[in-house]
Design a protein. Sequence first.
Length: 206
Amino acid sequence: MFCKVGLKDHIRVPPSLFGMQLKDAITARIKKKYEGYISKDVGIVIDVADVRGVGEGVIIPGDGAPYYETEFELYIYKPEIQEVSFGRVRDIADFGAFINLGPIDGMIHISQTMDDYVSFSKDKVLVGKDSKHTLKIGDLCRARVIAVSFKDVTNPKLGLTMRQPGLGKLEWLEEEKSRDAGEEKHEKQEKQEKPGKHAKAKGEGK
C-alpha cells in the first residue's frame, strides 16, 4: 500500500548547499540519500513528504559539513499480503505476466492470470481456451498480492493472482458486470410476467 512513514536521521549538509534555506538543503539531501531506498521494514521509498523538525547542527572534526538531527516523513510503497492493486502489463513470457504497480513490478504465474486453461502465443499474448480472454502488454488489470519476498533487498519479489472474483483485466470485469446486469434484468422480467400468467389462468378457469 502507499502511505507515509516518519523517520529520524542525522542529515549531512555539504558546504556547496550553504547558500540554500536550511530546510530546502536538508530536503535535497534526504532525497539524495533515500532515493531508491528499499527495506523490509520501511518498504520502497518514493519521495520526501515533509521535513517536520531540524535540530542543532553538529560538526565532526575533519568534516566541514554540519550534521542535523532531522525528523521527516517519506512517501513509501509497502506491499501487503491480500492487498488489491491496479497495474499495467509491462511484459509477458511463456510462464506468466509482469505487471507494473508503480514503484515495483509484480509477477503473475500463467496459472494465476485467469480461471481457464491458458496458452502463450509468440506475439506475447496469453489466451484463455474457453473464455477466449486475452492478456497482452499494456492491458490494465486488478490483481491481489499473494506473496512478498525481500530476500534480495535490491530486487524484492511480488507474487500476484487474478483468479479470484473481482480481479483480472479491466475489460473482463466490465464484460462480467454487463453480463450480470443483463441476467438480473432478465430475472426481474420473469418475476413480473409470472403473476400475470397465473391471473390469466384463473380467469380462464371460471
